[in-house]
Design a protein around this ligand. Structure first.
Ligand SMILES: [Zn+2]
Length: 135
């Protein structure tokens, strides 16, 4: 089997797995939202995110290979291509959701109520505007 074909064949199976995986990750992410902002959960979610990004790379490589085959006149690639594109679209949505959830669970640095600049830990006054920031 040629190089392009191998990528395309790989993409076909990646496409179907990616869709299942996306749904699982989405369910997981929704479960996690209900929990408190636990650093361990954020770490797990980041791990999921990296796996999904890898899937995304594979999908995009596969789409490229399938598209190339289609242009070469392989008629049986059209359906696979559409399926993979749809699957990748869903994966992209799941990825964005997960990114947003991770972002919302990250501890935010304290900011000055006056000028909104980030505060160093354990300071009594804002280093930018001098406002007192301890209670
Ligand atoms: Zn300030």
């Amino acid at each position: 089997m040629g190089f392009i074909q191998r990528i395309a064949e790989g993409a076909k199976s990646v496409g179907s797995r990616a869709r299942d995986f996306g749904e699982i990750a989405g369910d997981r992410a929704r479960d996690l939202t209900r929990k408190s902002s636990d650093l361990i959960e954020v770490t797990k979610m980041k791990h999921e995110l990296r796996k999904m990004e890898k899937e995304m790379e594979n999908n995009l490589a596969g789409i490229g290979a399938l598209y190339y085959q289609k242009q070469q006149g392989r008629e049986d690639t059209g359906d696979e291509l559409n399926r993979l594109i749809e699957s990748t679209r869903q994966l992209e949505i799941e990825l964005k959701d997960l990114e947003d959830q991770i972002e919302s669970m990250q501890p935010k640095p304290a900011v000055c109520p006056e000028c909104n600049s980030e505060l160093e830990e354990d300071v009594k006054f804002c280093s930018n505007c001098g406002r007192k920031v301890v209670d």
